[in-house]
Ligand binder design. Sequence first.
Ligand SMILES: [Zn+2]
Ligand SMILES: [Zn+2]
Length: 251
Amino acid sequence: MPFPAHCWHKLAKRLLDLVYTPQCALCGVVLQLGRSLCGTCDGDLPRLSAPFCAICGEPFHGRIEGLCQCPNCGKLTFSFGFARPAMLRDERTRQLIHQLKYGRAIHLAAELGRLAADAFDDERLGPAIQAKWPLVPVPLHRSRLQHRNFNQAAEIARGVATHTALPVLAALKRIRRTDTQTLLGRQARLNNLRGAFALTAAGRRHLAGASAPGAILIDDVLTTGSTAEACAATLRHAGFQCVLVVTVMRG
Ligand SMILES: [Zn+2]
Ligand SMILES: [Zn+2]
């Protein structure tokens, strides 16, 4: 008689338990298998809450009623409707993202995806949920993907998908490798990213079958918003009518 799949799954979990004790990525406390963040650390990570900029999610201090834009966004135009980071700029959240990206702590993607999914509490994302817009990860260039073995945005998108029931669609590819962006300002970043993204065959197939296509771009951090802008511009140019952005953190 064949061994049922769920038994194999249980056995694999037990074996994993023997060799790998899951710990909280921030405080090191021992956890149940499948978790990488303890309840205390999780609860301590600051979430983005109102008031914040309606376009870029930059938090405002003091009492401001309703949605308004920060002085920076007021001067700019965007290809995306708005970007909604789930978390405030915070060293611990940054550390988790850093561990995922550079420490190959791929198991953290599920926790970061769960944190990012909190952004969907924002009622402005309600119509996108209803219409089942796909989650489109910001792509990595092939050479970087070979080096890292995974795309952190794609892994985070998978985590978001489990909490929102939205599909993940690899609609974008990076066709040009770009220099590192960290030291550049917004305009220099935008210039640096010109022509860096293109629609994939999967993206084209999706567009062919959708009547009013929209997409939710997923990334780890929103800093100047120039990567999101370049990706959104590519999607809009290809035929997506509306693009929104969800990231784990406001950088
Ligand atoms: Zn902890
Ligand atoms: Zn803003």
